[in-house]
Design a binder for this molecule. Structure first.
Ligand code: MG
Length: 341
């Protein structure tokens, strides 16, 4: 199997900031992997994140080594398990290989990836649209602009003016809101105070109230908060799920964090066994990575797959949003096409 690698820059429609970042970012870099087999091309995207110890350099260095050992009659699930053993920490690189293999497998079979997974394309959930941290006035303005197109909004919080922000957004929309503190509150007491103040605003759940790695503190917040708590930074791959039992009511699964579709399915099944609710989320990435994630969403309760909508130079088309709901492409494999120029 031959591979082609390409590094692409995705420019944000507006500067994007989360609580654990020093400042807003204006662009994101992805590595695109193409696997060539006969006349077929399988495509995958890696969205490396320094927070999860990956960089564009680490991904481009490791991808050829990952591709080297893949047999021609590959089974994506087996390859994913093997790569997880051989390259445990290169998760977003593994995700690119996994997506490209599912794309190829679907193209060989003439079926969309969701069908390969035994899922019904009609069962996709609505997706939230994410509003990054800015002044309450700007965030209210963005909420007003997008609230007609979505059924739920996700608001980045975790700084001092959280309550003011949510109050401002509530002036322009009645949509249910998800909040994501991205590790921004420091202690269970601070988190619980903030959650109590946010509770009257119809908040569906709160992602990652505290810094990752302190499960007893997370448990305390989960047990005492009226708003359901979802782990994000605390759940990287399938092996993290069991430890979160009793500490959260939901988990946010992302292909770039866990290593791709096969690892996501494993993570979701483990969470389900523990009666957790599940969201499929994303990084800021192109329609390639977003569409790959969308194929898994018929399995889950919530989707937050808007990374492609936050950039202005997405080179691909794939999943669409209609009336807030994810609509999967009908073509074989991932169904992703290069955007006509
Ligand atoms: Mg999050």
């Amino acid at each position: 199997m031959k591979e082609r690698l390409r590094v692409i820059q995705l420019h944000h429609t507006r500067p994007f900031r989360i609580a654990r970042a020093e400042s807003a970012s204006t662009s994101t870099t992805s590595v695109i992997l193409e696997l060539l087999q006969g006349d077929l091309v399988g495509m995958g995207e890696s969205s490396p994140s320094k927070y999860y110890d990956e960089t564009v350099e680490s991904v481009t260095a490791v991808l050829p080594r990952m591709v080297e050992g893949i047999p021609d009659d590959f089974d994506p699930v087996e390859v994913s398990a093997q790569l997880a053993r051989d390259f445990p920490t290169d998760r977003s690189a593994r995700a690119a290989v996994d997506m490209a293999l599912y794309d190829l497998a679907g193209k060989h079979a003439g079926k969309p990836v969701c069908e390969l997974l035994g899922l019904d394309a009609e069962d996709t959930p609505v997706t939230s649209f994410t509003i990054g941290i800015d002044t309450p006035t700007v965030m209210r303005e963005v909420a007003g602009q997008v609230s007609g197109r979505f059924k739920v909004l996700k608001i980045k919080v975790g700084l001092a003016d959280d309550v003011e922000t949510i109050r401002a957004i509530r002036e322009v929309t009645d949509l249910p809101l998800r909040v994501d503190a991205n590790c921004g509150w420091n202690t269970p007491r601070e988190a619980l105070e903030r959650l109590e103040a946010l509770a009257p605003f119809n908040i569906q759940f709160c992602e990652q109230p505290l810094p990752a790695g302190n499960l007893s503190a997370l448990k305390e917040v989960h047990e005492r908060s009226a708003i359901p708590i979802m782990a994000d930074e605390d759940v990287i791959g399938p092996e993290d799920v069991e430890g979160l039992a009793g500490c959260v009511s939901a988990v946010n699964v992302k292909l770039a964090k866990c290593g791709g579709i096969a690892q996501a399915v494993d993570t979701i099944r483990r969470a389900r066994k523990l009666d957790m609710r599940v969201m499929v989320g994303c990084m800021v990435e192109s329609s390639l990575g977003i569409t790959a994630a969308a194929h898994v969403t018929p399995m889950v309760d919530y989707a937050d797959l808007d990374g492609n909508l936050l950039v202005r130079d997405d080179p691909y088309t794939g999943v669409q949003v209609r009336d807030g709901k994810l609509v999967l492409p009908e073509g074989p494999g991932l169904g992703v096409e290069t955007r006509p120029v």
